[in-house]
Design a protein around this ligand. Sequence first.
Ligand SMILES: C[S@@+](CC[C@H](N)C(=O)[O-])C[C@H]1O[C@@H](n2cnc3c(N)ncnc32)[C@H](O)[C@@H]1O
Length: 252
Amino acid sequence: MELDEYFYELFENLPRQGPGDNGSTRKALGMMGRLPSPVAILDIGCGSGMQTIELARNITGTITALDNHQPFLDELNRRATREGLSERIRTVNGSMFSLDFSKESFDIIWSEGAIFVIGFERGLEEFRPLLKPGGHLAVTELCWIKEDQPREIAAYFEAVYENLPAMKNVAGNHECIERAGYELIGSFTLPESAWLDNYFRPVETHVERMRLKYPGNARVDELCNEMLHEIDMYGKYAKYYGYVFFVMRKPG
Ligand SMILES: C[S@@+](CC[C@H](N)C(=O)[O-])C[C@H]1O[C@@H](n2cnc3c(N)ncnc32)[C@H](O)[C@@H]1O
C-alpha cells in the first residue's frame, strides 16, 4: 500500500494506528517480572503512542518513542503533556532501519504492530544489540492462530505479504525467537476488542468522513475500500488470525 497524504490522513487522529489495548500492554509488561528502577525503554514504531503513555503510567523511568511520521509524534507529545508525562517520554523522528542508539542502552524494547515493517526475524536480530544483557523485548505480530484456513483468507494474506516473509503461526514465531538467541517468556493473543474498540471502529468513522471530504477521488476510494475489506475479512475470519504479543528476554 502506498503511503501518501491520504493514507496518513486516514490514520492520524485515531486512538492508535493498529490493534492493541492498554490491558494487553500491561499484561505484557507484567510478564517481565521485577523491573530495574529507573527503567529505560525504547518504543519502536510508537505511532501516536497509546502504548507509550500506558507504559509510562506503569513504570518508573523513561521512554524513547521512535517513529518516522512526525504528526504521530506530535500527537504523542500532546498526549504526554496532557497526562503530565512529558518529562519521561522523549520522541525521536527516526527509522527502525537505522537505529542510532548506543549498544546495550535499553532495559526494554517495545514494538506494538510495527516490527512487521522490518520483518519479525530481522527485527529480533537488529533490536538485540541495543538491549542490556537480561533486558526484555515485547512485540506484537500478526499470526495464524488456527490451522486449515479457508481459501479466501489465505489468499488475502498471500497478497498482503506478497513482498514480505509469509505470515507464520505462533509456533513458527517461537522458533524465530529461539533461533535469534532470546529466551521466550510467553505469548498471548490480543482480544478481538483490541481490534475493534481502538482501531477498526474509529477507522470506519474516518472512512465515512474521508468519502464525504473527497467525493470522486479514486485514491481515497481505493484506500477506503481496502480498509473496509480488511475489516470485513476480520469480521469473517477472526478465529483464524490475530495479533500475538511475544515477550522475550536477552540472556544475561
Ligand atoms: C501499525 S502502526 C503501530 C503504531 C503503534 N505502535 C500502535 O500500536 O498503535 C505502525 C507504526 O510504524 C511506523 N513506521 C513505519 N515505518 C517505520 C520505520 N521505518 N521506522 C519507524 N517507524 C515506522 C508508522 O509510522 C506507524 O506509526
